[in-house]
Design a protein around this ligand. Structure first.
Ligand code: SER
Length: 388
């Protein structure tokens, strides 16, 4: 099954079970949300998780593009993506966690054909404030799925404040041997789906208050499942990366890890620009700037003539079409090139400043602050220039 078929199967399965489809939002969360980017499907639903009635009812389903910056330094490995899509379901005061898990199990095993013997679940063990999630535990035991109990790994929140609660995660075995060990002890168990029993709200003083009604919020990463269903463990082996992996290696010779980083960051940058963000020194624009500068740094390590202008149109269009973004590819290209020129000017200035006698020896923290505050040279860039 490719990603389109996975999305269709998922949406239809939940529509058959009384869920109404809501349109996914952009990567920009609603005002007042504590995070810079939409990191999961629940952002646009926060007011409804907190009690407001939703115009489409109490059972919802969608596919949502997400961006996670917490994992930015991990990108290049086989499991992390900056921009990805998440399938989500919500029960807004309707059914409880066990029904959600039971349907999830049914979809994975019957809808997607996963061998039930390759599944493992984790469940919240309880802490000083909130008790063990007994109903999820009993559901899994009834289905014969092994369960591991954890504390921190089975608590989900959307940042320091807001809706949160215990969750139950479903893992799939990816090893060559029969399944062994547990998800926290063996990384061949890969997480595919998270079901959050969103029962609390965290206040700014850190305390928890109960939400007015029990809600369930689930999220399943599309690219990861698509790769796993292809029998692959790298998210870069899912079909959305096929054109990238076909076109980029003939353009730029890169080792596998650099290729993954360049594919991820360029594709993410296209989506972020498509959602209206422009490179800047702070906030969302800064994340975009970091993505592009990292790509340029990697590309030019081997050949200083490489640049963003080489990016094939087909990849820009493929990405904009996939995310249904109505943006002129020419405009997008101009944003990329302007940022590249800005970076080139900064590099020139950086080389010039670092050649001064004061900065020739080892750099102290004070030097790095001075270079940043007075000369506008970010720490990463200074360290990169010193490495060359
Ligand atoms: N909000 C939860 C997550 O992001 C479930 O969607 O994992």
């Amino acid at each position: 099954m490719n990603t389109d078929q996975i999305v269709r199967t998922f949406l239809e399965y939940y529509e058959e079970r009384g869920h109404r489809r809501i349109p996914g939002s952009t990567l920009l969360p609603p005002p007042g949300d504590p995070v810079l980017f939409t990191t999961s499907g629940m952002h646009q639903l926060t007011p409804y998780l907190e009690g407001r009635p939703h115009p489409l009812g109490r059972r919802l389903v969608d596919v949502q593009r997400c961006l996670r910056t917490t994992d930015l330094d991990e990108v290049g490995d086989t499991t992390h993506l900056t921009v990805f899509e998440m399938l989500g379901t919500w029960s807004l005061g309707d059914y409880e966690g066990p029904s959600s898990l039971d349907w999830g199990y049914g979809l994975l095993t019957e809808g997607f054909g996963i061998d039930p013997g390759l599944l493992h679940a984790t469940v919240f063990a309880g802490d000083g404030h909130t008790g063990e999630d007994r109903s999820s535990l009993e559901l899994w035991q009834g289905l014969g799925v092994p369960v591991e109990l954890t504390v921190e790994d089975n608590w989900w929140s959307n940042g320091p404040t807001g809706p949160c609660g215990p969750d139950s995660e479903i893992f799939l075995w990816t090893g060559d041997t029969p399944p062994e060990s547990t998800p926290t002890r063996d990384e061949r168990w890969v997480e595919v789906w998270n079901h959050v029993m969103m029962r609390h709200r965290r206040l700014p003083d850190g305390s928890l208050v109960p939400l007015p009604r029990h809600t369930v919020d689930t999220g399943l990463g599309v690219e990861r499942l698509a790769s796993l269903l292809r029998g692959r463990t790298s998210v870069f082996d899912c079909d959305v990366f096929d054109p990238w992996r076909r076109l980029l290696p003939s353009l730029w010779r890169l080792d596998e890890e650099s290729l993954r980083l360049v594919c991820d960051h360029l594709r993410s940058a296209v989506v972020v620009i498509g959602d209206g963000v422009r490179p800047a020194g702070t906030g969302r624009g800064h994340v975009l700037r970091r993505l592009l500068r990292r790509v340029l740094t990697v590309l030019r390590r081997d050949d200083p003539r490489r640049g963003l202008g080489d990016l094939p149109d087909e990849l820009v269009r493929h990405t904009l079409d996939h995310f249904r973004q109505d943006v002129d590819p020419g405009l997008l290209r101009r944003v990329l090139l302007e940022e590249e020129h800005r970076f080139d000017r900064l590099l020139d200035r950086g080389r010039h400043v670092l050649a001064r006698p004061r900065f020739r020896g080892p750099l102290s923290e004070d030097d790095l602050h001075l270079l940043h505050d007075t000369y506008g040279l970010p720490r990463d860039l200074v360290l990169e220039l010193r490495r060359r």
